[in-house]
Design a protein around this ligand. Structure first.
Ligand SMILES: *Cc1c(COP(=O)(O)O)cnc(C)c1O
Length: 707
């Protein structure tokens, strides 16, 4: 048994002990009653503490705890939520096939909640949603990642519109993490095999419902300062250090699971960063007595690799010399020479370096892209490799963990109308009842979240005003937004291929559309540029200056420091979710799914998941099958005019009936099809189950031959 502890939440009255247990399991974050239980302790403090139950509980004194114990209403709800939690942990309902063998899932980032900011964006949220869904579905699953010292950069924008990146140290005292302990009750520390001089990692654990996520941390005193920095931040730009990160994640992560005695049969790598784990798996199989050839064959058969890259240039490529330096001794354990070892990472189109995506594709036979369209893109960018090896790319279109991203009102509405809808969330028929939702309910709900979003933005602005920030910045950051105006939002990474400023191509035309006195439109932007992406920062600056321009009349705003908390407000409170990637550079995208399942309509180019999602009635399309800036900008303007007509066309009770019908269509069609439940069933049916069946058959045969 693995023992772990959280040193912050130690002493707690026995009667309230479940409060602590629940705070230390992120299950609370996707159960609305658990969220409301924490909030009910002190709604003001809950906001102050950024909806972090550990911070909230830590700030309670003995008196507060006694008050809770004497509060009958609270204790009743506490007991109910405790029972829900126990039930959740103890059910083992099998959703697919009980033959699924355990899966170990490696990723460089996990987006679970803002109290644990070990993510930079979409890749991390996908990994986080996969762990949550694996837990809901009782799939035997374990995650491996990094406990970074610093979160992804905090974005601060000055009145000149230039993004400044500030470091943010992760406050471990209020993060939902536990130390994993060794036999003597000390924090478990493991040496990463083969790195010389030695590098050590300490191990942390995160409870994601029934799934455990183990995080590696090199920032400990046993390491030299350079080595301590390995887990200092996400995707460090120094290539030498980046290589060391990937060695620690793949090989160190493998060693951690071995040390903890965690058994699994399937290795799933999310992106190429942890691909060295595949070599480590070969090494273990050889050590257990297999021939090199059998070990390689078995690793290929039992490993799954998910690629998210739409561009060959976006993968990590290291010089052979650099890789050779670290793997000199290691190569011998694999019974390989250098040429053979390097051959696994060589891209036939660009043989001058060691390519992590090629490594993963070479040593995993189960490869998937993240949308149907991305499968074609992937086949094109690795064409020579695929022709040479005969390997096939499959696809599993991304999905989102619905209980995490759906708003409370819809969650409860589905409870009421469908019953236990979580169980059947991936069936389109389950949502037929949405036709029966009254327009009044849907529109009031939508309006409520819009007002909440504007209040939230105004509160942020108010704090800045108190701090003495330039009033122009306050206008640019949303002080003049209104909840009565059609709201179009663009929130995602600010980088050229996503074309955040495409909508400004003809500024006069845009102004004439959004300042129509009968049908006004406001635009909200949010998103960070990668610290090394200067063109991205220039785009932010251009947008920010437009926000500050009096001609924008305060109707164009940029919300600073986009993160998951802001995302939740924007996906619920906006009317239209704008997405303008240059085709085919968006592998999938997920924020449009999060918006659509909350009745915020998607307006997007036909890239990523949208060709699979769009049905003519559940959102809008920009441009055609290929991208052209001029044509696409014109298409945005035409769409905005069309949407404004729909939005402001009201019936005699003041509801925009046609717009509401489209919202219902989006809820009905996109919720089931782009749920993480559907995605996990695809992973099971395409990969986990066939691999499990094959392994069981082989093991069965081995048993027979032994007899
Ligand atoms: C979902 C999400 C993303 C990914 O969205 P894309 O549509 O893939 O750009 C990024 N950041 C946050 C905070 C998210 O919630």
């Amino acid at each position: 048994m693995i023992i772990s502890e959280n040193i912050v939440l130690k002493n707690f009255p026995k009667e309230l002990i479940n409060l602590k247990k629940i705070a230390l399991n992120l299950w609370w974050s996707w159960n609305p009653r658990a969220r409301e239980l924490f909030k009910s302790i002190d709604p003001f403090l809950w906001d102050e503490m950024d909806e972090n139950p550990i911070a909230l509980i830590n700030s309670l004194n003995e008196n507060d705890l006694n008050n809770l114990l004497n509060n009958k209403k609270f204790m009743k709800e506490y007991k109910l939520v405790s029972a829900l939690f126990e039930d959740y942990l103890n059910t083992s309902k099998i959703y697919t096939d009980e033959n699924t063998l355990p899966v170990a899932y490696f990723c460089a980032e996990f987006g679970l909640h803002h109290s644990l900011p070990i993510y930079s964006g979409g890749l991390g949220f996908l990994a986080g949603d996969i762990l949550k869904e694996a837990s809901d579905m009782n799939i035997p699953f374990v995650g491996v990642g990094f406990m970074y010292s610093n979160g992804y950069v905090k974005q601060v924008i000055g009145s000149d519109g230039w993004q400044k990146a500030e470091n943010q140290t992760i406050n471990r005292d209020i993060a939902p993490i536990e130390r994993v302990l060794d036999e003597n009750g000390n924090h478990l520390i493991i040496q990463v095999p083969f790195i010389d001089p030695a590098v050590y990692v300490s191990v942390w654990k995160v409870n994601v419902g029934k799934v455990e996520l183990y995080l590696l941390d090199t920032d400990i005193e046993q390491n030299s300062p350079w080595d301590r920095g390995i887990s200092s931040k996400l995707y460090t730009p120094d290539m030498q250090q980046r290589l060391r990160q990937e060695i620690v994640l793949g090989i160190g992560g493998y060693a951690v699971l071995e040390k903890l005695g965690i058994k699994y049969s399937i290795l799933h790598l999310n992106e190429g960063h942890p691909a060295f784990a595949l070599f480590e798996r070969i090494r273990y199989f050889i050590k257990s007595g297999m021939s090199k050839e059998d070990a390689i064959k078995k690793v290929k058969e039992t490993s799954v690799f998910t690629t998210h890259t739409p561009l060959a240039a976006a993968t990590d490529i290291y010089s052979f010399e650099m890789v050779g330096n670290y793997f000199n001794d290691y190569i011998k354990e694999l019974n390989m020479d250098k040429n053979e070892f390097f051959s696994f990472g060589i891209n036939p189109d660009d043989p001058h370096g060691f390519n992590m995506t090629i490594l993963a594709m070479n040593l995993a036979d189960n490869i998937n892209a993240v949308s149907k369209k991305h499968k074609t893109t992937t086949e094109n960018i690795w064409k020579s490799f695929l022709e040479k090896t005969g390997k096939k790319i499959d696809f599993v279109t991304n999905g989102v963990h619905v209980p995490t991203w759906i708003n409370n009102e819809l969650y409860y509405k589905y409870d009421e109308m469908i019953g236990n809808w979580i169980e059947i969330q991936d069936f389109e028929e389950s949502f037929d009842v949405i036709d029966d939702i009254e327009n009044e309910f849907l529109w009031n709900m939508h309006q409520k979240y819009k007002e909440e979003m504007i209040d939230y933005i105004n509160e942020k602005v108010r704090k800045k005003w108190e701090e003495g920030v330039d009033p122009l910045v306050l206008v640019a950051e949303g002080a003049l937004l209104s909840s009565d105006v059609l709201t179009v939002t663009f929130a995602r990474r600010m980088t050229s291929y996503k074309r955040p400023d495409l909508i400004f191509r003809d500024l006069e035309r845009l102004y004439s559309i959004i300042h129509n006195p009968k049908r006004p439109i406001q635009l909200i932007f949010a998103g960070k540029a990668h610290p090394a992406d200067n063109p991205g920062k220039q785009i932010i600056q251009r947008i920010f200056k437009i926000c500050e321009d009096p001609r924008s009349k305060g109707r164009i705003a940029f919300i600073e420091d986009y993160n998951e908390e802001i995302a939740k407000h924007l996906i619920r409170g906006s009317d239209i979710w704008l997405n303008t990637p240059k085709i085919p550079l968006e592998a999938s995208g997920t924020s449009g799914m999060k918006a659509s399942i909350n009745a915020t309509l998607h307006l997007s180019t036909l890239d990523g998941w949208w060709p699979e999602g769009y049905n003519g009635k559940n959102g809008f399309v920009i441009g055609g099958e290929t991208s052209d800036d001029e044509k696409d900008a014109q298409s945005i303007y035409e769409n905005l005019e069309k949407i404004a007509k729909l939005y402001y066309e009201r019936d005699d009770v003041n509801y925009p009936v046609e717009f509401i019908n489209m919202q219902k269509e989006a809820l009905k069609t996109i919720t089931p099809k782009f749920s993480a439940r559907r995605m996990m069933k695809d992973y099971l049916n395409k990969f986990y189950l066939p691999i499990s069946t094959k392994l069981r058959r082989e093991n069965g045969q081995n048993q027979k031959t032994k007899k």
